[in-house]
Design a protein around this ligand. Structure first.
Ligand code: BYC
Length: 315
């Protein structure tokens, strides 16, 4: 915001009355930067998130599972597109944001730096990772920035379908042979704590939460959302007949919530800073896909320019 007092008052009047800030509205520069950081990180997560599941498209156990997985991975590309487009309303280009990702200047979600070792991991990602994503993202449909909030409405609808397909895939395994059930349990054992870590550091260590909540970007702190996820997921594990790998997980009548063991936040910070099991592989794959896809972008841009020229000549 160029910073007149009236502009600032108008901005806070919209935020405080739960209205939506639109691209044409004046906004504090720090608000704009925070949104670009979060929306870009979110968009990057969607497209990097295609890799762990994409790993199983050619090895899905049936044609039906393959078709479902293909559609899900395509949805994630679509989510990336909505989010990059929403970020562009803040005056940054998609090319620039991708450049920042490829040069490690912007992050993506820690969760996608873990490997998908078995087919059950595809189910676990749908159930847990998409479940965590929904818990975190439904409040973002009420985010103070209009284009982000609107993009999230559609994304959340699709994520909730993704979550159900993951649950159903795991349910099929847990009702199968002892080996299949063990595979599902192993996937839960490996994905549980990384899923809890997706919500970010505890509130006391969160750099941005207070300010983002004041601006109506985040509606809840990281700890509250993590608790909601555990409360939602623990009964679902019972339905699956699987055991969450936390001996201290139990319902607390007094609190009206499950007690649970927090994830290892040192591990989260290690993974965020580049030292997770698959960080290097994910980035190498992303940069290679971008480089090899250059001709497609050039062809699309040339086609659009030609059409525009033709339309201009016809007008
Ligand atoms: N991974 O102050 P804090 C999905 C960073 S789901 C990496 O609490 P904030 C999908 C944070 O950026 C995943 N970095 O930050 C699902 C900050 O560093 P910088 C994507 C993390 O922003 C299935 C520092 O730690 N979802 O897409 O207030 C299939 C301190 O944290 C993480 C979203 O992006 C992490 N887990 O809160 C396919 C949702 N946690 O930037 C795809 C939107 C924290 O200062 N984002 N950091 O260097 C958000 O809601 C918030 O950005 C977060 C973090 C809750 C993630």
């Amino acid at each position: 915001m160029a910073g007149t007092d009236e502009q600032e008052a108008a901005f806070y009047a919209i935020v405080d009355s739960d209205g939506r800030i639109e691209p044409r509205d004046a906004m504090p520069e720090a608000y704009r930067k925070t949104l670009i950081r979060q929306m870009a990180q979110h968009a990057h997560s969607e497209i990097i998130g295609m890799q762990p599941e994409g790993n199983w498209i050619s090895r899905a156990p049936s044609l039906r599972r393959k078709a479902i997985l293909l559609a899900k991975v395509q949805d994630e590309a679509g989510h990336g597109l909505y989010l990059y487009a929403a970020a562009e309303t803040l005056g940054v280009s998609r090319d620039h944001l991708l450049e920042l990702l490829h040069t490690h200047q912007q992050k993506y979600s820690s969760i996608f730096n873990y490997p998908t070792l078995t087919w059950a991991d595809v189910g676990a990602i749908g159930w847990l990772v998409d479940g965590a994503a929904i818990t975190n993202q439904v409040p973002l449909t009420r985010c103070s920035y209009g284009p982000y909030a609107r993009a999230m409405v559609r994304i959340c609808k699709e994520e909730s379908f993704h979550q159900r397909q993951g649950f159903e895939a795991l349910l099929t395994l847990t009702r199968g042979s002892a080996r299949q059930k063990a595979m599902a349990q192993d996937a839960l054992d490996r994905w549980w704590y990384p899923s809890l870590a997706m919500f970010g550091p505890p509130d006391r260590e969160s750099t941005h939460s207070d300010q983002s909540m004041r601006w109506g970007i985040k509606r809840f702190g990281n700890d509250e959302l993590r608790q909601r996820f555990v409360d939602m997921t623990a009964p679902q594990a019972d339905v699956l007949g699987l055991t969450i790998p936390d001996p201290d997980l139990r319902w607390n009548d007094e609190r009206g919530h499950y007690d649970f063991t927090q994830p290892d936040f040192d591990e989260l910070f290690r993974v965020i800073s580049g030292d997770g099991p698959c960080n290097r592989q994910r980035m190498e794959h992303r940069v290679a896909a971008h480089t090899e896809g250059a001709w497609v972008r050039e062809a699309a841009a040339a086609y659009a320019a030609k059409r525009a020229k033709r339309a201009e000549a016809a007008a």
